[in-house]
Design a protein. Structure first.
Length: 199
């Protein structure tokens, strides 16, 4: 039908509870959002992120590092799982593994990070921001490259650090912004309102 376009398909990679995934699943219920989750992959069994996908009727797959001879073989297998779903792009939503060259070559990959990159890359960004004594931190959406949180930055949102903040309280406020930022950005990418570099 004229004027009707298919929603962009995405694969979402998760390692834990899947709250970012849930935000995307909820947003994709609106046909105007322009994106649908075609599959959810994980590096671990028996996690809430996979259960969220199953409850939403979305196909899942698990690709565990320990099931392969080395990281290279795991990376090739993950790339194959993604390729078999032919997504328009991939979103890592709390996926706690560094992706290898085969996966990075497969599709454009979007990630969010709980800090204002390039400050505080790595797995302990919230703790590091508190320890450093900064007054503002936040969340960053960026493209994934071969480094750790070094890819091109697409968007950021700031979160003020309060005097009584703990790592948990600060992280919870960052997560609110992170979910909103991710949902907005993925929708805009899916609707071609924000062209991806190189597309």
């Amino acid at each position: 039908m004229l004027g009707v376009t298919e929603p962009a398909g995405i694969v979402v990679l998760v390692s834990g509870s899947g709250t970012l995934l849930q935000a995307l699943l909820d947003a994709s219920l609106d046909p105007a959002y322009g994106v649908r989750v075609v599959a959810v992959g994980a590096d671990r069994d028996d996690i809430e992120g996979l259960r969220r996908a199953e409850r939403a009727g979305v196909e899942t797959f698990v690709c565990r590092v320990r099931d392969f001879a080395d990281r290279g073989a795991w990376d090739e297998a993950l790339a194959g799982e993604i390729a078999s779903r032919a997504p328009d792009f991939v979103v890592t939503a709390g996926f706690m593994k560094i992706l290898g060259p085969a996966t990075l070559a497969e599709r454009t990959i979007l990630n969010t990070h709980p800090a204002l990159l390039p400050s505080f890359p790595g797995a302990h960004a919230v703790r590091d921001a508190l320890a450093h004594g900064v007054k503002v931190t936040g969340t960053t959406a960026h493209l994934v490259d071969a480094g750790v949180d070094t890819g091109p930055i697409l968007a950021q949102r700031a979160v003020e650090i309060r005097a009584d903040d703990t790592e948990d309280s600060l992280h919870e406020r960052i997560k609110v912004e992170e979910r909103e930022l991710l949902v907005d950005l993925v929708g805009r990418l899916g609707r071609d309102e924000l062209p991806l570099p190189g597309r």
